[in-house]
Design a protein around this ligand. Structure first.
Ligand code: MG
Ligand code: ZN
Length: 358
């Protein structure tokens, strides 16, 4: 080749490669994992106890999320979930509404309007603050029966977790599962029936209230299996899907200042991430973002052993703390999640990457 043409040729090749690279940066599907109360110390405790075999801490992109609420330095799960699901900060206790109680569209509502499929999976009740932030609007996170009614809007094609009582043992004596069935939902109450369901819409209600802790009887593969089922149902949609999976009980274990349970619940979330990661690697069009709504317990790791795979720590509070929480991302668009961002930025990144319109 003529020497004078080599440089322009190289520039052209680089431009083509860059354009191709950019094109790959748009995911079709998004899977959000929220470890409720999962700060950096909770993650590192899990990493140590697992002998550094966890999946999500090895993701190629990491960042931090600032979690403060509109009215408090330290957020709760309602304001923290709302920031991620709507892109707006609100007051503690509020579910996808502004401080003046006006409703804010959630990413699930926006995605369904655009023809995507949607789902939420949790180890709490499905009406609890974190999953509720994606499907409901209520100025009060404790209004579980009102929040349950929002599931009748069909905002989540698949929802799996606890909370039978909020659908069937209600103070107004309504049985919301009757309406759900009319809407085409397969309402199931066991993992077996969940796994066998052929429906494109599933309400999986697996406990009257929240699911038990693993050491009190929850199947240690519940969250992973529910994630797997949700992905297999939602991924039938060629337009894509958004799934939110919550490790709800990291928060509760840390409120109790219970180190062993905190680790168990972090590792439980990671088993579910592994399922999504395997799917994302195969599909090539799926973005996974793992983060938290806030840190719980003010956990500080003060001792441990790499060889012994053990770790000890002290908790600074029975409540939440203000510290930034980690963000881990894998897949097309992952680079948007590096650096220090506000929790509300996660939503705006999701919207842009999925080419959705607010
Ligand atoms: Mg939660
Ligand atoms: Zn909490």
């Amino acid at each position: 080749m003529n020497k004078r043409l080599i440089f322009p040729a190289i520039v052209l090749i680089m431009l083509v490669l860059t354009a191709a690279g950019r094109k790959e940066q748009k995911p079709l599907n998004l899977i959000i994992f929220i470890g409720d109360g999962m700060g950096t110390d909770q993650v590192y405790a899990g990493m140590t106890a697992s002998g550094f075999t966890m999946t999500f801490p090895a993701f190629p992109v990491t960042g931090f999320s600032k979690t403060y609420a509109a009215n408090r330095y330290i957020t709760d799960s309602a304001a923290g979930g709302t920031a991620i699901s709507t892109g707006e900060k609100t007051n503690n206790g509020m579910i996808a509404v502004r401080p003046d109680s006006t409703e804010i569209p959630t990413i699930m509502e926006i995605a369904r309007k655009a023809g995507l499929s949607t789902g939420v999976v949790a180890t709490s009740t499905v009406t609890h603050a974190t999953p509720a932030s994606f499907v409901a609007h209520d100025a009060s996170r404790g209004s579980y029966e009102d929040i349950a009614k929002w599931f009748l809007k069909g905002t989540a094609d698949v929802f799996i977790g606890g909370g039978i009582n909020h659908f069937r043992a209600r103070s107004d004596s309504a049985d919301l599962t009757v309406e759900l069935k009319k809407m085409g939902y397969d309402v199931v109450y066991s993992m077996n029936d969940l796994n066998n369901s052929k429906s494109g819409r599933i309400a999986g209600l697996l406990a009257e209230e929240s699911m038990p802790y693993i050491d009190e009887g929850r199947d240690p593969y519940f969250l992973a299996a529910a994630t797997d089922k949700a992905i297999s149902v939602l991924s039938r949609n060629k337009k894509g899907f958004i799934l939110m999976v919550e490790g709800s009980q990291i928060d509760w274990a840390a409120h109790d200042n219970n180190m062993k349970r905190t680790i168990d619940e972090v590792l439980d979330l990671d088993r579910a991430v592994r399922v999504a990661y395997d799917y994302a690697k195969k599909s090539g069009n799926t973005l996974i973002v793992v983060t938290a709504d806030h840190e719980t317990g003010g956990l500080s790791l003060t001792g441990g052993s790499i060889d012994g795979m053990n770790v000890s720590g002290t908790f600074g509070t029975k409540g939440h703390s203000a510290v930034m929480v980690p963000v881990f991302a894998f897949g097309p668009g992952a680079s948007a999640f590096s650096g220090v961002q506000d929790n509300t930025d996660l939503f705006h990144d999701f919207i842009e990457l999925l080419s959705l319109k607010k």
